[in-house]
Ligand binder design. Sequence first.
Ligand SMILES: [Zn+2]
Ligand SMILES: [Zn+2]
Ligand SMILES: [Zn+2]
Length: 142
Amino acid sequence: MEGIFSTIRGASKRVTVAKRTVAEVLVNAKGHLTAEAITNSVQRLEPEVSPSTVYRILEEFEELKIVVHAHLGQAAAVYHLAGVVHGHLTCETCKRTFEIPAVHFDELSKDLQKVFGFQLDRHHVALSGTCAACQANVRKIL
Ligand SMILES: [Zn+2]
Ligand SMILES: [Zn+2]
Ligand SMILES: [Zn+2]
């Protein structure tokens, strides 16, 4: 929490009650939250904070690299604290998302940089497919 506040102050921005509450929700969050879910949790603690305030704060937090967002196949982007970079795999069948270490993208990353001069963002978008459990279920049915 203190690290987040010092980042905000370091950018000469104010630490408001709303920002404190968003930070608290993010720190206590397990996994990936949509802006809507973050707003609901924030409003449970501070009912007067509006959804648009939460969106603005998430934007500011992203600019300050406090949070990152990703797209996991649902319509809405999800947010979590910036930290260890990881990749996402989303199962098209059960809709579950799996976090995998970014190291699995290292080869691809290097290749894309070398061949196309393209820098891969390993976290931003999930790869889609079918998870091990769902593959096993299909095999059972057949
Ligand atoms: Zn995005
Ligand atoms: Zn993630
Ligand atoms: Zn699955």
